[in-house]
Design a protein around this ligand. Structure first.
Ligand SMILES: N[C@@H](CCC(=O)N[C@@H](CS)C(=O)NCC(=O)O)C(=O)O
Length: 245
């Protein structure tokens, strides 16, 4: 049967016909370098040591994903099969990388990071003029030739983002509420237990994105939510992996 890519937030019609990392022949990641969900997915590939080709998608035309019905990033293709949305990408790749289905609570946490923590973080950084500018500086990599007209356009779009995010996610909680919940659910040294699980990599990716664009939002969040010791352990592990930048 022909492969059917998923819609945002929707499960795949069928699982990837791949059961282990050794069966992965080719991975392409369509992304924007500083986009938080793209950074999370890139972190996961780095964590698992899966080589991939990065295709930077340029705004506003997104010509690199003209072929796709789904128009957001990240998009991943594994052996030519397309998966959309960091939530589904994490769920699907977790099965292959960890060699098991995620537990019900892990799946819920992966969902809560994509549709909670990540959005609360975006609403916070895009609601602040200085962090918006820092984001734009990194975001424009890969769009250089359009820089002149793109900067005001993206600046305008991003300034509207917090209101848009809150309107489409009326139940969105504060960054700290998500952090405290994660802290209270930690199953060991890591969120996933004695070893990192997918949620550890996702949250590390968000903190790393903030560090890369030089905003303090996540660093102070780690202190306020008592997650700094966790982060240091996770950062130690990620420093032994291929850089995501
Ligand atoms: N739920 C999706 C959200 C993806 C998303 O909103 N991506 C943004 C970049 S951070 C995008 O592609 N925006 C362009 C657009 O919406 O046209 C995920 O987690 O992957």
């Amino acid at each position: 049967m022909a492969w059917v890519p998923n819609e945002e937030g929707k499960e795949l019609a069928a699982p990837l016909p791949i059961s282990g990392v050794s069966e992965i022949k080719e991975v392409k990641l369509y992304e924007m370098e500083a986009s938080p969900p793209c950074v999370m997915v890139r972190s996961f590939l780095a964590y698992a040591g899966i080589a991939h080709q990065s295709i930077l998608v340029s705004m506003p035309g997104k010509k690199e994903i003209k072929w796709s019905k789904y128009k957001k990033v990240p998009i991943v293709t594994v052996n030519g099969l397309q998966i959309n949305d960091s939530y589904i990408i994490f769920k699907e790749l977790s099965r292959i990388i960890f060699g098991r289905q995620l537990s019900e609570s892990e799946s819920r946490q992966v969902h809560e990071v994509t549709y909670g923590l990540l959005l609360a973080y975006e609403a916070e950084i895009f609601g602040n003029e200085e962090s918006r500018s820092r984001f734009i500086a990194t975001f424009l990599k890969g769009n250089c030739c359009f820089t002149c007209f793109i900067v005001p356009l993206i600046r305008h779009m991003l300034s509207k983002a917090p209101a848009k995010i809150k309107k489409s996610n009326p139940g969105l909680k504060s960054l700290d509420e998500y952090g405290k919940k994660i802290r209270s659910e930690m199953a060991g040294t890591f969120i996933g237990g004695s070893q990192p699980g997918p949620v550890d990599v996702m949250v590390w990716g968000l903190v790393e994105q903030a560090r890369h664009i030089e905003v303090k939002t996540m660093e102070s969040w780690l202190s306020r939510t008592d997650l700094m010791p966790w982060f240091k352990n996770m950062d130690g592990i990620m420093s032994s992996k291929k850089s995501i930048w």
